[in-house]
Design a protein around this ligand. Sequence first.
Ligand SMILES: *Cc1c(COP(=O)(O)O)cnc(C)c1O
Length: 440
Amino acid sequence: MAGSAYKNSYKKILADLVEHNKWFENSIPLIASENVPSPAVKEALLSDFGNRYAEGWPGERVYAGCVYIDKVEVQCMDLAKKLYKAKFADVRPISGVVANLAVYSAFTNPGDVMIAPSIPAGGHISHGKKEHSGTAGLVHGLDIEFYPFDAEEMTIDVDKTKEKVEELKKANRLPKMAMFGGSLFLFPHPVKELSDFLKSYNIHINYDAAHVAGLIAGGQFQDPLREGADTMTMSTHKTLFGPQGGLVLGGEQHGEAIKKATFPGLTSSHHIHHMAAKAIAFAEALEFGKAYAKDVIKNAKALADALSAAGFKVLGEKRGYTKSHQIAVNVLDYSDGGKVEADLEKANIIVNRQLIPGDIKAGRNYFHPGGIRLGVSELTRLGMKTPEMKEIAGFIKNIVIEKKDPKKLAAKVKSFRKDYQKVHYCFDNKLGAYEYVKLR
Ligand SMILES: *Cc1c(COP(=O)(O)O)cnc(C)c1O
């Protein structure tokens, strides 16, 4: 029958989606950039907003049919401003990378210098150089300089940064923008310590809160906009438990430039169902965010302590391993980050390999870096606490240090997961965290 091959593809794709959900139901998800949203966030993603266009600003759209979209978007902006105590919010950027591109476009020109963290020091590829295909260099033509990094303190070195900026000025390469925030992000960045200095040179300060947006919302990490950051960009789906998306915040004086950069500069459709889902997540974060962020950081510390006690080299030891949702572990005593990632995955423990300070100098690359990175936001959302963190450290030890059979451990992980199938820190949780919704 004509078309039956396509029907098979159709069925296979849907079956893979079902299998994926089942896998996650039985796994320990430790990817630091991921989270599980509430059923209400998922409901918004399924709504008809996802099939509409609403170019422009609420009340000034270039399409009809936006009555309810405008109502939701106005609430979305109000909630975002309240959550982050900001005067201006653009909720339309469709991702963290697009949010960063919006501030690059609004406040710099191609050829300008930006100072940012390097990748082994925690930076994100969207802050990166052209020769690494980093967004800032490749897409906006920025010339990237890296902050001096203190690997023992696991943060940006304040004094050396001042020296570097002054040297750059002497060489006529004074940065136009200073980017804080990153993807390997254990301790707050020294925004307060550097902001007066940077401002004395008229350098625009952006804080990329992609990873830590949920912790900042809960008042448990740092408060960049009060510490001197001009603007703040983020993803809405990492520690902040919204849909995949982006957000830009700033002062009133930044609004016009950001609005123009987002539309028409960087979006046409702004994925309006995601915008609605962001609004719901902001309301949830205002209500539950503080308790959630406290529990996340407590769990991260508990997991770091337990991994260290199990014999692992956990980074940031000097400062108590972590003050965020993340933990970084040097696994070179056992193999490398790539191998450890693959072994753990076979046991249904999902982590990612991670470049750590010293890797590039030692000739290690992204495929076989020295570390792994773990994040506990999703496990915290599922209701796990300190005792569960200890048990998970034991599972990781079983695989990485004791080289136990991953298949056997996968069965143990599955039974360990049985009691954690609902999302916490939200208004309604009738639907299971990974329950598959079949509409056909
Ligand atoms: C994840 C991340 C981004 C990119 O966010 P997307 O929403 O995936 O586009 C940007 N900056 C940092 C620091 C990140 O960790």
